[in-house]
Design a protein around this ligand. Sequence first.
Ligand code: SF4
Ligand code: SF4
Ligand code: F3S
Length: 266
Amino acid sequence: ETKPRTPVLWLHGLECTCCSESFIRSAHPLTKDVVLSMLSLDYDDTLMAAAGHQAEAILDEVKKKYKGQYIVAVEGNPPLNEDGMFCIQGGRPFVEKLKETCADAKAIISWGACASYGCVQAAKPNPTRATPVHKVITGKPIINVPGCPPIAEVMTGVVTYMLTFDRIPELDRQGRPKMFYGQRIHDKCYRRGHFDAGQFAEAWDDEGSRKGYCLYKMGCKGPTTYNACSSMRWNGGVSWPVQSGHGCIGCSEDGFWDKGSFYDRV
Ligand code: SF4
Ligand code: SF4
Ligand code: F3S
């Protein structure tokens, strides 16, 4: 109660803003408690009331005042082609803003597939050269929290862990927190019994689909996807992709956008 709240600077590169949409729906802990009581969200050009020069001035102020103490949360990634001209903020390429803001950060969180891996804007042939944050920023602890978007409670869970223990969570080889990305979707999927029994849906409207059989033959990527959807679920634990009748497209895995997860054109 006596400690100042850790400042967080939330940046937006090339992205769709659904990582923010996910974050604001966290049920445990509630986002309002995270934002108003646990951390100090000093800059977020999507959510903050300030705009233009006033907003950029806050960014500079926090960087100076809390040098080495603030966390940078990045949603989206910097495009590097044409000297970064595909994402301009405040009259400058986003990549410059990202590098400058991260220079004195304590740690960096890469939200979602965009910041962690590149995502659809990096799909072949990647015309803007959209590049993951960890390939642009070096020498700082970077936590990748992939997913398109990540689960709300995974996002607030990572923040809660960092604030509670004053350290970053244990990460796997891809920089993902093991506590949320340590198991495959397939390991905890409630349809797993059907997989083991060889019972598969083979069309969206067949008998197997109606009976809730395994969606592997419909393209489910659960066996190769590490995420917490089958254990934590979405929307406060209400449902998740497989429960809604569609297979996992592997949205938390690197390169999913180029690996046949989406439907072929007809
Ligand atoms: Fe949107 Fe997905 Fe990128 Fe998040 S990771 S900003 S949900 S495209
Ligand atoms: Fe595995 Fe997907 Fe089948 Fe679930 S629906 S058991 S995740 S292949
Ligand atoms: Fe993404 Fe698969 Fe979960 S598509 S939301 S990792 S079930």
